[in-house]
Design a protein around this ligand. Sequence first.
Ligand SMILES: Cc1cc2nc3c(=O)[nH]c(=O)nc-3n(C[C@H](O)[C@H](O)[C@H](O)COP(=O)(O)OP(=O)(O)OC[C@H]3O[C@@H](n4cnc5c(N)ncnc54)[C@H](O)[C@@H]3O)c2cc1C
Length: 455
Amino acid sequence: MTIPNFHGTVLTSADEGYDDARGGFQLAGWHRPELVAVASSASDVAAAVRYAATRDAAGRGLPVAVQNTGHGTPVPADGGLLIDVSGLTGVTVDPGSRTARAEAGARWRDVVREAAPHGLAGANGSAPSVGVVSYLLGGGISILGRTAGHASDHVRAIEVVTADGAERRVTAGSDPDLFWALRGGRANFGVVTAVEFDLFPLKRLYGGGLYFDAEHVPAVLATYREWSASVPDEMNSSVALVPLPDLPTVPAPLRGRHVAHVRIAYLGDADAGERLVAPLRGVAPRLVDNVREMPYSEIGSIHNEPDVPMGYHTTHALVGELPQHAVDALLRLTGPGGSDAPRIMEIRHLGGAMAKAPAVPSAVGHRDAAYFVAFLSPLAGGATADGVREFHDRLDAVVAPWKLGHALTFLYGTNATVENVRAAYEPDAYQRLVALKREYDPSNLFRLNHNIPPA
Ligand SMILES: Cc1cc2nc3c(=O)[nH]c(=O)nc-3n(C[C@H](O)[C@H](O)[C@H](O)COP(=O)(O)OP(=O)(O)OC[C@H]3O[C@@H](n4cnc5c(N)ncnc54)[C@H](O)[C@@H]3O)c2cc1C
Protein backbone atom coordinates (compact mmCIF):
# COMPACT_ATOMS: atom_id res chain seq x y z
CA MET A 1 0.00 0.00 0.00
CA THR A 2 1.41 3.43 -0.95
CA ILE A 3 0.28 7.04 -0.72
CA PRO A 4 1.52 9.40 -3.48
CA ASN A 5 4.42 11.62 -2.33
CA PHE A 6 4.42 9.99 1.12
CA HIS A 7 7.91 8.86 2.19
CA GLY A 8 7.09 7.37 5.60
CA THR A 9 5.50 3.95 6.23
CA VAL A 10 1.92 3.04 5.39
CA LEU A 11 0.45 0.14 7.36
CA THR A 12 -2.72 -1.92 7.12
CA SER A 13 -3.92 -4.47 9.68
CA ALA A 14 -2.08 -7.13 7.68
CA ASP A 15 1.30 -5.46 8.26
CA GLU A 16 3.80 -6.02 11.01
CA GLY A 17 4.08 -2.79 13.01
CA TYR A 18 0.36 -1.93 12.66
CA ASP A 19 -0.35 -2.73 16.33
CA ASP A 20 2.61 -0.71 17.58
CA ALA A 21 1.62 2.27 15.43
CA ARG A 22 -2.07 2.32 16.44
CA GLY A 23 -1.41 1.60 20.13
CA GLY A 24 -0.65 4.25 22.72
CA PHE A 25 -0.60 5.17 26.41
CA GLN A 26 -4.32 4.42 26.93
CA LEU A 27 -4.73 0.64 26.85
CA ALA A 28 -8.52 0.56 27.28
CA GLY A 29 -9.83 0.97 23.76
CA TRP A 30 -7.53 0.48 20.84
CA HIS A 31 -8.64 1.84 17.53
CA ARG A 32 -8.65 -0.03 14.21
CA PRO A 33 -7.85 2.46 11.47
CA GLU A 34 -8.05 1.30 7.89
CA LEU A 35 -4.59 2.76 7.32
CA VAL A 36 -1.84 4.10 9.55
CA ALA A 37 0.47 6.61 7.85
CA VAL A 38 3.65 6.93 9.91
CA ALA A 39 4.89 10.38 8.86
CA SER A 40 8.57 11.19 8.48
CA SER A 41 8.11 14.90 7.69
CA ALA A 42 5.57 17.72 7.51
CA SER A 43 5.25 17.17 3.77
CA ASP A 44 4.36 13.53 4.48
CA VAL A 45 1.52 14.81 6.65
CA ALA A 46 0.34 17.00 3.76
CA ALA A 47 0.54 14.05 1.33
CA ALA A 48 -1.50 11.87 3.71
CA VAL A 49 -4.18 14.55 4.15
CA ARG A 50 -4.43 15.09 0.37
CA TYR A 51 -4.77 11.34 -0.14
CA ALA A 52 -7.45 11.02 2.53
CA ALA A 53 -9.42 13.98 1.16
CA THR A 54 -9.82 12.52 -2.34
CA ARG A 55 -9.34 8.84 -1.88
CA ASP A 56 -11.97 7.27 -4.05
CA ALA A 57 -13.10 7.97 -7.59
CA ALA A 58 -16.26 9.60 -6.26
CA GLY A 59 -14.05 12.06 -4.36
CA ARG A 60 -15.24 10.71 -1.01
CA GLY A 61 -12.70 11.14 1.73
CA LEU A 62 -11.31 8.82 4.33
CA PRO A 63 -11.73 10.47 7.76
CA VAL A 64 -8.44 11.56 9.32
CA ALA A 65 -7.21 11.05 12.87
CA VAL A 66 -3.86 12.09 14.37
CA GLN A 67 -1.85 10.45 17.09
CA ASN A 68 1.35 11.23 18.93
CA THR A 69 1.60 9.40 22.26
CA GLY A 70 -1.99 8.17 22.57
CA HIS A 71 -2.32 9.81 26.02
CA GLY A 72 -5.58 11.47 25.05
CA THR A 73 -7.33 9.42 22.37
CA PRO A 74 -10.83 10.91 22.01
CA VAL A 75 -12.72 8.62 19.61
CA PRO A 76 -11.45 5.46 17.95
CA ALA A 77 -10.02 6.04 14.47
CA ASP A 78 -11.89 2.93 13.25
CA GLY A 79 -12.05 2.78 9.46
CA GLY A 80 -10.11 6.01 9.01
CA LEU A 81 -6.61 7.13 8.16
CA LEU A 82 -4.53 7.55 11.32
CA ILE A 83 -1.57 9.88 10.82
CA ASP A 84 1.12 8.90 13.31
CA VAL A 85 3.25 12.00 14.00
CA SER A 86 5.28 10.48 16.85
CA GLY A 87 8.46 10.37 14.78
CA LEU A 88 8.59 14.16 14.30
CA THR A 89 10.33 14.81 17.60
CA GLY A 90 12.43 17.92 16.93
CA VAL A 91 12.60 20.63 19.60
CA THR A 92 14.69 23.80 19.30
CA VAL A 93 15.03 26.59 21.82
CA ASP A 94 16.01 30.17 20.98
CA PRO A 95 17.23 31.68 24.25
CA GLY A 96 17.41 35.17 22.68
CA SER A 97 13.71 35.40 21.86
CA ARG A 98 12.80 33.02 24.70
CA THR A 99 10.84 30.77 22.37
CA ALA A 100 10.73 27.09 21.55
CA ARG A 101 9.62 25.25 18.41
CA ALA A 102 8.32 21.73 18.96
CA GLU A 103 7.40 19.31 16.21
CA ALA A 104 4.24 17.24 16.39
CA GLY A 105 5.90 14.21 18.02
CA ALA A 106 7.70 16.10 20.79
CA ARG A 107 6.83 15.44 24.41
CA TRP A 108 7.14 17.91 27.29
CA ARG A 109 10.21 16.12 28.64
CA ASP A 110 11.97 17.03 25.36
CA VAL A 111 11.13 20.72 25.87
CA VAL A 112 12.24 20.63 29.53
CA ARG A 113 15.53 19.02 28.49
CA GLU A 114 16.24 21.72 25.87
CA ALA A 115 14.91 24.73 27.80
CA ALA A 116 16.24 24.08 31.33
CA PRO A 117 19.96 24.58 30.49
CA HIS A 118 19.06 28.14 29.40
CA GLY A 119 17.18 28.82 32.66
CA LEU A 120 13.91 28.78 30.70
CA ALA A 121 10.63 26.92 31.16
CA GLY A 122 7.40 26.26 29.28
CA ALA A 123 3.88 26.11 30.70
CA ASN A 124 4.03 22.31 30.86
CA GLY A 125 1.47 19.99 32.39
CA SER A 126 1.99 17.54 35.21
CA ALA A 127 3.36 14.61 33.15
CA PRO A 128 6.55 15.07 31.09
CA SER A 129 5.53 12.18 28.81
CA VAL A 130 2.49 14.05 27.43
CA GLY A 131 2.74 15.40 23.86
CA VAL A 132 3.42 19.14 23.48
CA VAL A 133 1.30 20.00 20.44
CA SER A 134 -2.00 18.38 21.45
CA TYR A 135 -1.72 19.82 24.98
CA LEU A 136 -1.01 23.34 23.66
CA LEU A 137 -3.87 23.16 21.14
CA GLY A 138 -6.29 21.88 23.80
CA GLY A 139 -5.73 24.78 26.21
CA GLY A 140 -3.19 23.13 28.46
CA ILE A 141 -3.86 23.26 32.22
CA SER A 142 -0.31 23.79 33.38
CA ILE A 143 1.17 22.68 36.68
CA LEU A 144 2.36 26.34 36.72
CA GLY A 145 -0.97 27.66 35.37
CA ARG A 146 -1.93 30.09 38.17
CA THR A 147 1.33 31.90 37.49
CA ALA A 148 1.82 31.28 33.76
CA GLY A 149 -1.79 31.10 32.50
CA HIS A 150 -3.21 28.64 29.99
CA ALA A 151 -0.41 27.02 28.01
CA SER A 152 -2.18 27.85 24.72
CA ASP A 153 -1.88 31.57 25.53
CA HIS A 154 1.87 31.26 24.96
CA VAL A 155 1.59 29.93 21.40
CA ARG A 156 3.08 32.29 18.78
CA ALA A 157 2.86 30.33 15.52
CA ILE A 158 1.34 27.07 14.31
CA GLU A 159 2.47 25.06 11.30
CA VAL A 160 -0.55 23.14 10.08
CA VAL A 161 -1.83 21.09 7.16
CA THR A 162 -5.45 22.10 6.54
CA ALA A 163 -8.17 20.00 4.91
CA ASP A 164 -7.21 21.27 1.43
CA GLY A 165 -3.78 19.68 1.94
CA ALA A 166 -2.00 23.05 2.14
CA GLU A 167 0.91 23.54 4.53
CA ARG A 168 0.45 26.87 6.33
CA ARG A 169 2.28 28.84 9.00
CA VAL A 170 -0.49 30.48 10.99
CA THR A 171 0.01 33.43 13.33
CA ALA A 172 -2.21 36.07 14.91
CA GLY A 173 -1.17 38.38 12.08
CA SER A 174 -1.42 36.00 9.12
CA ASP A 175 -4.77 34.23 9.81
CA PRO A 176 -6.40 35.65 12.95
CA ASP A 177 -9.52 33.44 12.72
CA LEU A 178 -7.65 30.17 12.17
CA PHE A 179 -5.09 31.09 14.85
CA TRP A 180 -7.97 31.74 17.28
CA ALA A 181 -9.68 28.44 16.38
CA LEU A 182 -6.62 26.19 16.48
CA ARG A 183 -5.84 27.26 20.05
CA GLY A 184 -8.72 25.41 21.67
CA GLY A 185 -10.30 23.76 18.62
CA ARG A 186 -7.31 21.48 18.15
CA ALA A 187 -7.50 18.69 15.54
CA ASN A 188 -10.73 20.06 14.01
CA PHE A 189 -8.84 22.51 11.83
CA GLY A 190 -5.90 20.49 10.60
CA VAL A 191 -2.94 18.34 11.44
CA VAL A 192 -0.40 20.52 13.20
CA THR A 193 3.19 19.69 12.34
CA ALA A 194 4.94 22.15 14.69
CA VAL A 195 4.20 24.90 17.21
CA GLU A 196 6.27 27.88 18.32
CA PHE A 197 5.64 29.14 21.83
CA ASP A 198 7.00 31.43 24.53
CA LEU A 199 9.24 30.30 27.33
CA PHE A 200 9.81 32.22 30.56
CA PRO A 201 12.78 32.48 32.92
CA LEU A 202 12.71 29.77 35.60
CA LYS A 203 15.70 27.97 37.10
CA ARG A 204 14.42 26.75 40.41
CA LEU A 205 11.08 26.39 42.14
CA TYR A 206 9.84 25.32 45.55
CA GLY A 207 7.87 22.18 44.93
CA GLY A 208 7.15 18.55 45.62
CA GLY A 209 4.58 16.42 47.41
CA LEU A 210 3.15 16.10 50.92
CA TYR A 211 1.69 12.64 51.53
CA PHE A 212 -0.76 12.12 54.38
CA ASP A 213 -2.16 8.85 55.67
CA ALA A 214 -5.84 7.85 55.37
CA GLU A 215 -6.94 9.00 58.84
CA HIS A 216 -5.89 12.60 58.03
CA VAL A 217 -7.53 12.80 54.61
CA PRO A 218 -10.70 14.70 55.72
CA ALA A 219 -8.64 17.33 57.59
CA VAL A 220 -6.22 17.68 54.66
CA LEU A 221 -9.06 18.30 52.20
CA ALA A 222 -10.81 20.80 54.47
CA THR A 223 -7.57 22.72 55.07
CA TYR A 224 -6.59 22.57 51.40
CA ARG A 225 -9.91 24.06 50.32
CA GLU A 226 -9.61 27.06 52.66
CA TRP A 227 -5.86 27.47 52.16
CA SER A 228 -6.04 27.44 48.35
CA ALA A 229 -8.57 30.27 48.39
CA SER A 230 -6.01 32.50 50.15
CA VAL A 231 -2.72 31.92 48.31
CA PRO A 232 -1.00 34.26 45.78
CA ASP A 233 -0.84 33.54 42.04
CA GLU A 234 2.74 32.26 42.41
CA MET A 235 1.39 29.27 44.35
CA ASN A 236 0.28 26.36 42.14
CA SER A 237 -1.14 23.29 43.83
CA SER A 238 -3.44 20.29 43.71
CA VAL A 239 -4.47 17.41 45.91
CA ALA A 240 -5.16 13.81 44.93
CA LEU A 241 -6.66 10.94 46.92
CA VAL A 242 -4.88 7.79 45.79
CA PRO A 243 -5.23 4.20 46.99
CA LEU A 244 -1.67 2.96 46.45
CA PRO A 245 -0.96 -0.72 45.86
CA ASP A 246 1.18 -2.76 48.21
CA LEU A 247 3.97 -3.22 45.68
CA PRO A 248 7.75 -2.85 45.83
CA THR A 249 7.53 -0.12 43.13
CA VAL A 250 5.75 2.13 45.66
CA PRO A 251 8.00 3.86 48.26
CA ALA A 252 7.88 1.82 51.50
CA PRO A 253 6.09 4.44 53.68
CA LEU A 254 3.24 4.70 51.17
CA ARG A 255 2.78 1.04 50.24
CA GLY A 256 -0.81 -0.22 50.52
CA ARG A 257 -2.08 3.10 51.95
CA HIS A 258 -4.90 5.36 50.81
CA VAL A 259 -3.14 8.71 50.84
CA ALA A 260 -3.85 12.37 50.27
CA HIS A 261 -1.07 13.68 48.02
CA VAL A 262 -0.80 17.49 48.06
CA ARG A 263 1.30 18.80 45.18
CA ILE A 264 3.11 22.15 45.36
CA ALA A 265 4.80 24.21 42.62
CA TYR A 266 5.61 27.64 44.05
CA LEU A 267 7.38 30.14 41.81
CA GLY A 268 9.04 32.22 44.48
CA ASP A 269 11.88 31.87 46.95
CA ALA A 270 12.05 28.84 49.19
CA ASP A 271 11.58 30.76 52.46
CA ALA A 272 8.34 32.33 51.26
CA GLY A 273 7.25 28.95 49.89
CA GLU A 274 7.90 27.28 53.20
CA ARG A 275 5.86 29.90 55.05
CA LEU A 276 2.99 29.46 52.61
CA VAL A 277 3.02 25.67 52.87
CA ALA A 278 3.23 25.69 56.70
CA PRO A 279 -0.57 25.47 57.29
CA LEU A 280 -0.70 22.31 55.16
CA ARG A 281 2.24 20.75 56.96
CA GLY A 282 0.52 21.65 60.21
CA VAL A 283 -2.47 19.39 59.50
CA ALA A 284 -0.72 16.15 60.46
CA PRO A 285 2.60 14.29 60.23
CA ARG A 286 3.49 13.43 56.64
CA LEU A 287 4.29 9.89 55.47
CA VAL A 288 6.55 11.50 52.87
CA ASP A 289 7.37 15.20 52.49
CA ASN A 290 9.63 16.03 49.56
CA VAL A 291 8.62 19.66 49.06
CA ARG A 292 11.92 21.47 48.63
CA GLU A 293 13.76 23.87 46.38
CA MET A 294 14.28 21.96 43.13
CA PRO A 295 15.61 22.61 39.64
CA TYR A 296 12.93 23.11 36.98
CA SER A 297 14.26 20.00 35.24
CA GLU A 298 12.73 17.90 38.08
CA ILE A 299 9.22 19.32 37.70
CA GLY A 300 7.80 15.93 36.63
CA SER A 301 8.55 14.57 40.11
CA ILE A 302 5.88 16.81 41.69
CA HIS A 303 2.88 14.77 40.52
CA ASN A 304 5.09 11.74 39.92
CA GLU A 305 2.51 10.18 37.58
CA PRO A 306 3.29 6.76 36.12
CA ASP A 307 4.48 6.88 32.52
CA VAL A 308 3.83 3.25 31.63
CA PRO A 309 0.80 2.62 29.39
CA MET A 310 -2.38 1.73 31.30
CA GLY A 311 -6.12 1.44 30.88
CA TYR A 312 -8.30 3.98 32.68
CA HIS A 313 -11.68 5.69 32.63
CA THR A 314 -11.89 9.33 33.65
CA THR A 315 -14.48 12.04 34.09
CA HIS A 316 -13.96 15.60 35.25
CA ALA A 317 -15.51 19.03 35.67
CA LEU A 318 -14.31 22.62 35.75
CA VAL A 319 -16.17 24.21 38.66
CA GLY A 320 -16.73 27.82 39.67
CA GLU A 321 -16.58 26.93 43.35
CA LEU A 322 -16.25 23.88 45.55
CA PRO A 323 -18.17 24.13 48.83
CA GLN A 324 -17.11 22.03 51.81
CA HIS A 325 -20.30 19.92 51.67
CA ALA A 326 -19.41 18.91 48.09
CA VAL A 327 -15.91 17.95 49.23
CA ASP A 328 -17.46 15.92 52.07
CA ALA A 329 -19.74 14.08 49.61
CA LEU A 330 -16.82 13.32 47.29
CA LEU A 331 -14.79 12.09 50.22
CA ARG A 332 -17.53 9.65 51.22
CA LEU A 333 -17.38 8.14 47.73
CA THR A 334 -13.71 8.40 46.79
CA GLY A 335 -11.92 8.60 50.13
CA PRO A 336 -10.53 5.82 52.30
CA GLY A 337 -13.29 3.38 53.17
CA GLY A 338 -15.52 4.73 50.36
CA SER A 339 -16.74 2.74 47.39
CA ASP A 340 -15.23 -0.54 46.25
CA ALA A 341 -14.83 0.92 42.76
CA PRO A 342 -11.23 1.61 41.75
CA ARG A 343 -10.85 5.37 42.10
CA ILE A 344 -8.50 8.31 42.25
CA MET A 345 -9.78 11.84 42.81
CA GLU A 346 -7.86 14.98 41.99
CA ILE A 347 -8.63 18.63 42.74
CA ARG A 348 -6.45 21.23 40.97
CA HIS A 349 -6.52 24.85 42.03
CA LEU A 350 -7.05 27.14 39.01
CA GLY A 351 -7.62 30.90 38.80
CA GLY A 352 -4.74 33.38 39.01
CA ALA A 353 -3.28 34.03 35.56
CA MET A 354 -5.59 31.36 34.09
CA ALA A 355 -8.53 33.65 34.80
CA LYS A 356 -7.03 36.57 32.88
CA ALA A 357 -7.88 37.39 29.27
CA PRO A 358 -5.00 36.39 26.98
CA ALA A 359 -3.08 38.99 24.94
CA VAL A 360 -4.29 37.24 21.77
CA PRO A 361 -7.82 35.77 22.19
CA SER A 362 -8.35 32.05 21.63
CA ALA A 363 -11.23 29.56 21.67
CA VAL A 364 -10.22 28.14 25.08
CA GLY A 365 -13.16 28.41 27.48
CA HIS A 366 -14.04 28.55 31.17
CA ARG A 367 -11.30 30.86 32.31
CA ASP A 368 -13.43 31.65 35.37
CA ALA A 369 -13.08 28.09 36.75
CA ALA A 370 -11.77 27.99 40.30
CA TYR A 371 -10.99 24.27 40.44
CA PHE A 372 -10.60 21.28 38.16
CA VAL A 373 -12.04 18.13 39.74
CA ALA A 374 -11.21 14.79 38.12
CA PHE A 375 -12.02 11.16 38.82
CA LEU A 376 -9.97 8.31 37.43
CA SER A 377 -10.63 4.60 37.64
CA PRO A 378 -7.76 2.34 36.61
CA LEU A 379 -9.13 -0.49 34.46
CA ALA A 380 -7.15 -3.37 35.86
CA GLY A 381 -8.07 -6.60 37.61
CA GLY A 382 -11.28 -7.04 35.62
CA ALA A 383 -12.63 -3.48 36.02
CA THR A 384 -14.22 -2.15 32.83
CA ALA A 385 -15.30 1.33 31.71
CA ASP A 386 -18.92 0.13 31.68
CA GLY A 387 -18.48 -1.26 35.17
CA VAL A 388 -17.25 2.01 36.67
CA ARG A 389 -19.50 4.34 34.67
CA GLU A 390 -22.35 4.30 37.21
CA PHE A 391 -19.86 5.19 39.96
CA HIS A 392 -18.48 8.07 37.88
CA ASP A 393 -22.05 9.28 37.24
CA ARG A 394 -22.52 9.56 41.00
CA LEU A 395 -19.25 11.50 41.36
CA ASP A 396 -20.14 13.81 38.48
CA ALA A 397 -23.57 14.45 40.04
CA VAL A 398 -21.93 15.73 43.24
CA VAL A 399 -20.07 18.54 41.40
CA ALA A 400 -22.81 19.21 38.82
CA PRO A 401 -24.32 22.25 40.63
CA TRP A 402 -21.02 24.15 40.34
CA LYS A 403 -19.92 22.81 36.97
CA LEU A 404 -18.98 25.34 34.27
CA GLY A 405 -17.94 22.78 31.66
CA HIS A 406 -15.06 20.63 30.51
CA ALA A 407 -11.35 20.98 29.75
CA LEU A 408 -10.70 19.61 26.26
CA THR A 409 -7.34 18.12 27.21
CA PHE A 410 -9.04 15.84 29.73
CA LEU A 411 -11.89 14.56 27.53
CA TYR A 412 -10.96 11.04 26.56
CA GLY A 413 -12.63 8.03 25.00
CA THR A 414 -16.38 7.74 25.46
CA ASN A 415 -16.44 11.13 27.21
CA ALA A 416 -15.38 12.96 24.07
CA THR A 417 -18.98 13.24 22.85
CA VAL A 418 -20.12 16.18 20.73
CA GLU A 419 -22.09 17.47 23.76
CA ASN A 420 -19.10 17.30 26.12
CA VAL A 421 -16.84 18.92 23.51
CA ARG A 422 -19.37 21.73 23.15
CA ALA A 423 -19.26 22.13 26.94
CA ALA A 424 -15.54 22.90 26.72
CA TYR A 425 -16.33 26.32 25.20
CA GLU A 426 -18.32 29.43 25.93
CA PRO A 427 -21.52 29.35 23.79
CA ASP A 428 -20.49 32.21 21.47
CA ALA A 429 -17.01 30.72 21.00
CA TYR A 430 -18.61 27.39 20.04
CA GLN A 431 -20.80 29.07 17.41
CA ARG A 432 -17.72 30.79 15.98
CA LEU A 433 -15.86 27.45 15.91
CA VAL A 434 -18.75 25.84 14.00
CA ALA A 435 -18.70 28.67 11.45
CA LEU A 436 -14.92 28.39 11.02
CA LYS A 437 -15.15 24.60 10.75
CA ARG A 438 -17.63 25.12 7.90
CA GLU A 439 -15.11 27.40 6.22
CA TYR A 440 -11.94 25.34 6.74
CA ASP A 441 -13.26 21.75 6.80
CA PRO A 442 -16.78 21.70 5.33
CA SER A 443 -16.76 17.92 4.71
CA ASN A 444 -15.57 17.24 8.28
CA LEU A 445 -12.53 15.33 7.03
CA PHE A 446 -11.04 15.88 10.49
CA ARG A 447 -13.84 14.23 12.49
CA LEU A 448 -12.07 11.43 14.37
CA ASN A 449 -11.23 13.84 17.17
CA HIS A 450 -12.93 16.15 19.69
CA ASN A 451 -15.31 16.90 16.90
CA ILE A 452 -17.06 20.17 16.20
CA PRO A 453 -19.43 19.22 13.37
CA PRO A 454 -19.62 21.92 10.68
CA ALA A 455 -23.42 21.80 10.52
C1 LIG B 1 -0.72 11.15 32.98
C2 LIG B 1 -1.37 12.31 32.28
C3 LIG B 1 -1.18 13.61 32.76
C4 LIG B 1 -1.77 14.70 32.13
N1 LIG B 1 -1.60 15.96 32.64
C5 LIG B 1 -2.19 17.02 32.02
C6 LIG B 1 -2.05 18.34 32.53
O1 LIG B 1 -1.37 18.57 33.53
N2 LIG B 1 -2.72 19.33 31.91
C7 LIG B 1 -3.48 19.12 30.79
O2 LIG B 1 -4.06 20.07 30.26
N3 LIG B 1 -3.61 17.89 30.27
C8 LIG B 1 -3.00 16.84 30.87
N4 LIG B 1 -3.17 15.59 30.38
C9 LIG B 1 -4.00 15.43 29.20
C10 LIG B 1 -3.16 15.62 27.94
O3 LIG B 1 -2.82 16.97 27.79
C11 LIG B 1 -3.97 15.21 26.74
O4 LIG B 1 -4.32 13.85 26.88
C12 LIG B 1 -3.23 15.43 25.44
O5 LIG B 1 -4.17 15.36 24.38
C13 LIG B 1 -2.17 14.39 25.20
O6 LIG B 1 -1.53 14.66 24.00
P1 LIG B 1 -0.69 13.51 23.31
O7 LIG B 1 -0.14 14.02 22.05
O8 LIG B 1 0.27 13.01 24.34
O9 LIG B 1 -1.79 12.40 23.08
P2 LIG B 1 -2.50 11.84 21.76
O10 LIG B 1 -3.47 10.83 22.27
O11 LIG B 1 -1.50 11.39 20.80
O12 LIG B 1 -3.30 13.08 21.20
C14 LIG B 1 -4.60 13.38 21.67
C15 LIG B 1 -5.42 13.97 20.55
O13 LIG B 1 -4.89 15.25 20.22
C16 LIG B 1 -5.05 15.47 18.83
N5 LIG B 1 -3.72 15.66 18.25
C17 LIG B 1 -2.57 15.03 18.57
N6 LIG B 1 -1.56 15.47 17.82
C18 LIG B 1 -2.07 16.39 17.00
C19 LIG B 1 -1.53 17.21 15.96
N7 LIG B 1 -0.24 17.15 15.64
N8 LIG B 1 -2.35 18.04 15.28
C20 LIG B 1 -3.67 18.12 15.59
N9 LIG B 1 -4.23 17.38 16.57
C21 LIG B 1 -3.44 16.53 17.26
C22 LIG B 1 -5.72 14.25 18.24
O14 LIG B 1 -7.12 14.45 18.17
C23 LIG B 1 -5.39 13.19 19.26
O15 LIG B 1 -6.33 12.13 19.28
C24 LIG B 1 -2.59 14.48 30.99
C25 LIG B 1 -2.79 13.19 30.51
C26 LIG B 1 -2.19 12.11 31.14
C27 LIG B 1 -2.44 10.74 30.61
